[in-house]
Design a protein around this ligand. Structure first.
Ligand code: UDP
Length: 258
């Protein structure tokens, strides 16, 4: 029989159940969100989640090319997920990979239920997602950022979409796995939800979990999504507060300057 070689397992939890980066099992990585970061896009957002760094840019609704793809009763949402060649440890080829094509589809499907596509028949709404630095969980961070970029573009949404994965590391259920945890853990469960509507728009699983573990991981991911949703809301509210105060400053200047 062939002698299989399994890589030596890294210990991902210490005796206090703390992870290699010091997080508790139910803790998200530090998250930084920004909206309106690109001048030439109709809407844009940037996310840092742990060491993952991702930009999302929205163009549209706009005329669709090639026209035969146009749908008579709604807009076509097209998300394109790409990783920069320098975003991962081993240089990624600039040619689109099968994984990027798959993730583009998965991300589009996770966002589509939140967009009022029927408002824009025959049009196209394009979302370009660029992973600048990858450290696990990039499909979920991409969904979180793309949903903010759609809101920033003023596209009518039923709800925001918030996403994060839970998984299993050293036999325990943990939230928001890093690349190291993903590669050395036993399972990964990316989840996206529309938090106010209570709908799940993405649910994937890689690895092995019992039914009980699956339920625990799903519930932990949903709690994580709800925390991310609060951060998304805050950053959007902040954007409108900033616009309002800029506008009133301008009005004051005009009044005072004559
Ligand atoms: N990754 C990599 N090279 C690649 C693709 C992925 O190093 O060509 C890493 C990257 O850090 C990514 C992680 O593997 O975040 C996990 O990839 P997966 O396909 O599970 O998707 P993700 O967890 O990012 O949604």
């Amino acid at each position: 029989m062939e002698d299989f070689h399994f890589p030596s397992q890294i210990k991902l939890l210490n005796e206090d159940n703390l992870r290699l980066d010091g997080r508790r099992l139910d803790e998200l990585r530090p998250i930084k969100l920004e909206v309106g970061v690109l001048a030439r896009a109709d809407g844009s957002a940037y996310i840092e989640q742990g060491k993952s760094k991702i930009l999302a840019a929205v163009y549209g609704p706009r005329e669709l090319h090639p026209r035969h793809l146009a749908q008579p009763d709604e807009a076509l949402l097209q998300c394109i997920y790409r990783m920069a060649t320098f975003s991962v440890e081993e240089r990624k080829s600039p040619a689109p990979s099968r994984r990027e094509t798959e993730l583009s589809k998965v991300i589009t499907e996770a966002l589509a239920p939140a967009v009022f596509l029927k408002y824009y028949p025959r049009a196209s709404i394009d979302v370009y997602i660029q992973v600048i630095q990858a450290d696990g969980g990039t499909r979920c961070s991409s969904i979180t950022a793309a949903s903010l970029a759609l809101a920033d573009a003023g596209i009518p949404l039923r709800d925001l979409v918030s996403a994060v994965a839970a998984g299993k590391i050293d036999g325990k259920i943990a939230l928001d796995l890093s690349d190291l945890e993903d590669k050395n853990g036993q399972a990964d469960l990316p989840v996206a939800i529309m938090p106010r509507k209570g709908l799940t728009t993405l649910l994937q699983m890689d690895g092995m979990m019992t039914r009980e573990e699956f339920i625990e991981a799903y519930e932990l991911a949903v709690k994580g999504c709800q925390k991310i949703y609060e951060m998304q809301r805050e950053i959007l509210i902040q954007k409108y507060i900033d616009i309002q105060s800029e506008a009133s400053e301008e009005a004051d200047e005009q009044e005072n300057g004559g």
